[in-house]
Design a protein around this ligand. Structure first.
Ligand SMILES: [Zn+2]
Length: 354
């Protein structure tokens, strides 16, 4: 009997959500009725928590999100559909056998490419937890408010600074969230902000998914029935590299950058066919989301390569896709943001981002 990845996911996670979008809306409504946020009417909450759409007209006509085929989360499903749309026929055939199961909150941010036995497993299972998704989305807000604050010359500088500070505070204390900072900005600035945060969030999530696809397609996850691999202490390979040679992690990062940057979307977004920097820089913030889970991102943790090493390798990989000036800018923005977090919360025992 062949096993399908979607069935495997729901068999192993009996309480997993069938549809995350419905679940989030339902929970948000219930909580808002029970305990109304002091500044935030429920309709506004839902609007603020709905990712603004940024797609071309053709994409909207196709209405990607109606059926959840590749994931129990519509955004992850959309990312898979984009990938499927942008690869060669052979890869497309494999991608159609993927399922990304989104799990609830866990102690640490994590995504995993699950080991598979080709004679039994029909497809490829990836799991992605809410904790990683949430970390990435909070950092996206910090990033978007940082670049708008820095780049703005004019009368809204002070408000943008307050928005940035509020987003920094939200990283560690959600209670501090005050949507007024964003909503009081003029509409055209809000729109620009939403556009950069959408691209950044899309890019970071696409990078995570592409990294796990990489583990599968590079055959890091293949387990033979009679192989010694079966005696390994864990039966998965994860985003932070449990149970795998460092080389596998670096290889999956490399694969992911190439995979998610080979995307027709640039031609739609940007007539010069340059890669949008909001998108290009996003993998670095995945490293930052992981770094927020440790006090020393320079340390080897069991079989995990240090996050700092992955960060440095990613920077050099990304530099293949842009100019020297652009990579310098991305580096400066990243360092500023990380330094800001360190100044406010001191989560790290040493400087790891230089
Ligand atoms: Zn990995």
């Amino acid at each position: 009997m062949k096993k399908y990845p979607k069935d495997q996911f729901f068999d192993e996670n009996l309480n997993a959500q069938r549809n995350w979008d419905e679940y989030i809306l339902k929970t948000a409504k219930e909580e808002a009725q029970k305990d109304p946020h002091p500044h935030l009417p429920i309709d506004q909450f839902i609007e603020d928590n709905t990712i603004p759409s940024f797609s071309t007209e053709e994409e909207e006509e196709e209405d990607f999100t109606t059926e959840l085929w590749y994931s129990n989360d519509s955004f992850l499903n959309t990312i898979m559909l984009h990938f499927i749309d942008n690869v060669d026929e052979k890869t497309r055939h494999e991608l159609r056998k993927f399922f990304i199961g989104k799990l609830g909150p866990q102690k640490s941010p994590n995504a995993e490419a699950r080991n598979r036995k080709p004679e039994i497993d029909e497809g490829y299972l990836i799991t992605y937890n809410f904790t990683l998704d949430f970390g990435i989305s909070r950092l996206t807000e910090v990033y978007a408010s940082y670049i708008h604050y820095k780049g703005h010359i004019g009368e809204y500088k002070k408000q943008l600074g307050e928005l940035l500070l509020n987003n920094y505070m939200m990283l560690f204390n959600l209670e501090k969230f005050n949507p007024a900072y964003k909503r009081n900005l003029p509409l055209h600035i809000q729109e620009q902000y939403n556009e950069s945060s959408y691209k950044h969030y899309f890019g970071a999530t696409a990078f995570v998914v592409a990294h796990e696809i990489g583990h599968h397609l590079l055959k890091h996850t293949v387990v033979k029935e009679d192989s010694m691999m079966i005696t390994y202490k864990n039966d998965f390979i994860d985003m932070i590299g449990t149970n795998i040679d460092h080389e596998y992690e670096f290889a999956a990062d490399d694969f992911a950058v190439d995979f998610f940057l080979k995307d027709k979307r640039y031609e739609l977004y940007n007539k010069e066919r340059k890669i949008d920097l909001n998108y290009l820089t996003s993998p670095l913030y995945v490293m930052l989301a992981l770094a927020l889970d440790t006090n020393d991102p320079t340390a080897v943790d069991g079989d995990h390569p240090p996050i700092r090493d992955r960060y440095l390798k990613l920077l050099s990989k990304l530099s293949n896709y842009c100019t020297e000036g652009e990579i310098k800018l991305l580096k400066e923005i990243f360092r500023d943001i990380v330094q800001g977090i360190q100044d406010m919360y001191k989560p790290w025992i040493k400087v790891w981002w230089e």
